[in-house]
Design a protein around this ligand. Structure first.
Ligand code: SN0
Length: 313
């Protein structure tokens, strides 16, 4: 595998989930596979789980890891082709990326969207330039539109906690205090459409995601109806795709509480973290037996390890 940027890079989702579960049972089985190989992680934005879980995964495979916090301790990078660089940016991606490529065997990059221009963000021009100019296998640490390592960890978590019958999975929009990008929701949708689940998305009108990622998923604007009989409820805020980057709804009733789950007695609740307690999700859910957020975070290691293992093999 040369690239992990989307579920489209995976032909066999269920097999990859299975591989991750096998790695979870015995994380050090392939500890020589990555010997003398270097993974370079570039963060244009903050990270806790992605950073640490990917480092642990690489370590478990015997790799060396280099981390660059490009938002802080390296040179401000220019991504515009033909730019006259007489302003704040110091070096062009065309010059910086080949350097990373020469030092590393696999490159991972986190590059959030700017939420100013939908066309620019959805063209993934930053990620595409990293792929092109490093010339090395590439793993997305969350791009402008997708967060595949998170979604793989979510699939692993659902697989571990599902019963025998096909589960009902609901992606439920929740409020936030500021505009948040769409990648986690886009990505979860495209992975759910490739999984053995019934998938429903619920959000206020105006929050429809890019149909490129939601395909023929059911959209139910009545959240109470959407939640009926749910087995998994994935809570997430995102800003509008239609009115790009805008916050259209601040109704605090969209925060998920126990009260909203009265018709879903067995529902387990998921969130990728970080999350705003008592804005997106209530304390009673997070601190209670329904919550799977810590299990999801723990599974980030095995998601990253399954992907890196395929890249090294
Ligand atoms: C990011 C997002 O895409 O939702 C990263 C999630 C892994 N989340 C945020 O930016 C949250 C920021 C905040 O202030 O709550």
């Amino acid at each position: 595998m040369k690239q992990f940027t989307s579920v489209q890079d995976i032909s066999d989702v269920a097999a990859l989930v299975q591989e991750a579960l096998e790695i979870k049972a015995q994380p050090l089985t392939f500890q020589d596979l990555g010997r003398n190989k270097t993974l370079g992680l570039v963060f244009m934005n903050p990270s806790l789980r992605t950073r640490l879980s990917t480092q642990i995964a690489a370590q478990n495979l015997g790799m060396q890891v280099l981390v660059v916090n490009a938002d802080k301790d390296s040179w401000a990078m220019e991504f515009q082709d033909g730019a006259v660089m007489d302003g704040g940016t110091v070096e062009h991606i065309k010059d910086a990326a080949p350097v990373l490529g020469s030092y590393c065997d696999i490159i991972g990059v986190r590059c959030f969207p700017g939420l100013q221009s939908r066309d620019a963000d959805y063209s993934e021009h930053i990620m595409q330039q990293f792929i092109r100019y490093t010339g090395k296998p590439y793993v997305s640490l969350e791009s402008a539109t997708l967060h595949p390592l998170q979604s793989l960890a979510d699939c692993i978590t659902i697989q571990e906690h599902r019963g025998a019958r096909r589960p009902k999975v609901v992606l439920a929009w929740a409020p936030h205090i500021k505009p948040i990008p769409q990648p986690v929701a886009n990505s979860f949708s495209e992975w759910m459409l490739r999984s053995d689940v019934d998938f429903v998305i619920t959000h206020p009108e105006g929050y429809e995601l890019d149909p490129k990622f939601t395909g023929n998923a059911t959209i139910e604007y009545d959240r109470q109806k959407a939640l009926q009989g749910a087995d998994f409820v994935y809570v997430k805020n995102w800003s509008s795709y239609r009115d790009y980057g805008k916050v259209l709804c601040t109704d605090s009733n969209w925060m998920l509480t126990e009260q909203h789950l009265r018709d879903a007695p067995n529902a387990r609740v998921m969130h990728c973290l970080p999350l705003r307690r008592n804005v997106e999700l209530s304390d009673e859910i997070l601190d209670g037996p329904r919550s799977l957020v810590q299990q999801q975070a723990a599974n980030r290691v095995f998601a990253a390890q399954a992907v890196l293992r395929r890249m090294l093999s």
